[in-house]
Design a protein around this ligand. Structure first.
Ligand code: BYC
Length: 317
């Protein structure tokens, strides 16, 4: 049973649900329940914030990349994340959210962004591990969202996933190379895996029993899989590949069951919530960096507004 706004009727909901059941895409001008709109704005804007904040942990390494090849790949990757933020802010704008409101919500700490970006990057191997695991987890989630019922979000996901696939491949290629390299390189890759394995599992959201939004989102065809289903897909793909690379997954309970699924040990959800709430990790630093970028960009916004006003004046003349 989905939430109904006082101005909405059961007939409107029934017609909307029938469109979802037929697999139709909902487009910006179409009638939609207020709660569908609210949920999408919440999720898409948080996703946009994650892409933009997600530039910070890797961006720190652009000046320290070990070779020109790795540096150009990393610059392209970080630039892609900025583009993903743009597509997603635009998708949220089609639902009536303004850029100003969304940025205020991020900078004031009201809006969430992915927990994963509150973890620090200690060595260059963290950049590779983010590509392999974080982008790998993101692709699993976003391939599912590419099939979601809201047209602009679904189309943004198709483009984003193709770029994320490149991010994933470069991360894997880098870590596999280090895992076969010198003892120091192998250790660096292993330490990075020890740091990023559990946060990557947490990034896909709380267990289904503790996920208050999944019911409504699944009912409206926004989430086509639950958090635990996506997490299982991620582990099933990545666990064998990490083991094949010669790395040790930091979970003594990890095992494959009779159906072939890789089963993980208990996840530390206290850590997850502490990181989400900014009580642990780099939330203060990440928001500080975004605030600084916002302040530094004030002159660009002012110049664009002045230019737009002049164009409008010329058009009126
Ligand atoms: N971190 O009911 P639930 C990338 C919150 S970036 C923080 O399961 P839902 C990349 C959740 O918001 C890719 N908070 O929520 C970029 C909710 O709180 P609210 C990022 C989290 O929405 C740069 C509460 O927990 N991807 O790839 O059904 C460099 C209960 O959860 C997290 C997206 O954003 C978390 N990890 O499912 C490299 C994908 N997880 O809002 C790479 C879009 C949960 O009710 N988002 N929460 O106060 C989604 O698919 C879904 O929102 C989630 C959560 C699966 C994340």
């Amino acid at each position: 049973m989905t939430q109904m706004h006082p101005t909405e009727t059961a007939e409107q909901h029934a017609a909307f649900n029938a469109r979802i059941a037929r697999g139709e895409k909902i487009e910006p001008g179409d009638w939609m329940p207020a709660e569908y709109r609210r949920q999408l704005i919440r999720m898409i804007s948080q996703h946009a914030h994650s892409e933009v904040v997600g530039m910070l942990p890797e961006g720190e390494w652009i000046t320290r990349a070990p070779t020109l090849k790795r540096k150009t790949i990393l610059i392209a990757k970080v630039q892609d994340e900025a583009g993903h933020g743009q597509y997603l802010y635009h998708a949220a704008e089609t639902l009536g959210a303004t850029r100003g409101e969304m940025l205020d919500a991020l900078l004031s700490g009201k809006a969430k962004y992915s927990s994963i970006f509150n973890y620090p990057t200690h060595t260059w191997a963290d950049v590779g591990m983010i590509g392999w695991l974080v982008d790998g987890a993101a692709i699993k989630n976003q391939t599912m969202l590419a099939g979601c019922s809201y047209g602009p979000y679904s189309r943004a996901m198709v483009r984003i996933c193709s770029e994320e696939t490149f991010h994933h491949k470069q991360g894997k290629e880098m870590i596999v190379q280090y895992a076969q390299g010198t003892p120091e390189q192998r250790q660096m890759a292993q330490d990075a895996l020890n740091r990023w394995w559990w946060p990557a599992l947490m990034m896909l959201g709380p267990h289904d029993a503790d996920s208050p939004n999944t019911g409504a989102l699944a009912g409206w065809g926004i989430k086509l899989k639950t958090n635990d289903e996506v997490r299982q897909e991620f582990i099933n793909e990545h666990a064998p590949e990490l083991l094949e690379a010669g790395l040790t997954i930091p979970d003594p309970d990890l095992h494959q069951d009779e159906s072939g699924n890789w089963i993980h040990g208990p996840i530390n959800w206290d850590e997850f919530w502490a990181v989400v709430k900014g009580q642990q990790g780099l939330n203060k630093e990440r928001l500080g960096a975004r605030q600084q970028a916002h302040d530094d960009g004030a002159w660009v916004r002012e110049a664009m507004q002045a230019y737009a006003a002049r164009q409008m004046g010329q058009a009126a003349d």
